[in-house]
Design a binder for this molecule. Structure first.
Ligand code: FES
Length: 115
């Protein structure tokens, strides 16, 4: 049975088989989620926020141990989280892009104060 997975903020969606990981669904949707471990729950780079109404298969012991309680804030490892029905996924901002954007905003504020 296919299920629909939505990705935010892009709004893209994709239909995948029940049991597909969010990481594999993102790849099918043409969305890049960075990883370093190849989906082995080791790098912690593939974190996403899953909206509470999403339908997921039960969390596995390995993912629960890695997340150490973050799953209660709806943060999940996309390489380990498997969908069982309609799922809404929010991608976290890239930390490097966020740092650059903050630095540019700070620089603009400083430049504006000078003029
Ligand atoms: S891809 Fe490395 S923890 Fe998910």
């Amino acid at each position: 049975m296919d299920v629909e997975v939505f990705f935010w903020p892009s709004g893209r969606s994709v239909r995948v088989r029940r049991g597909t990981t969010i990481l594999d669904a993102s790849r099918k949707a043409g969305i890049s989620i960075k990883t370093r471990c190849g989906g082995k729950a080791a790098c912690f780079m593939c974190k996403v926020i899953v909206r509470p109404e999403s339908e997921l298969l039960p969390i596995g012991d390995e993912e629960r141990r890695k997340l150490a309680g973050m799953e209660e804030k709806n943060i999940r490892l996309s390489c380990q989280t498997r969908v069982s029905g309609k799922t809404d996924v929010e991608l976290l901002p890239d930390p490097l892009q966020s740092a650059v954007a903050k630095a540019l905003a700070r620089q603009k504020e400083q430049d504006d104060e000078l003029w």
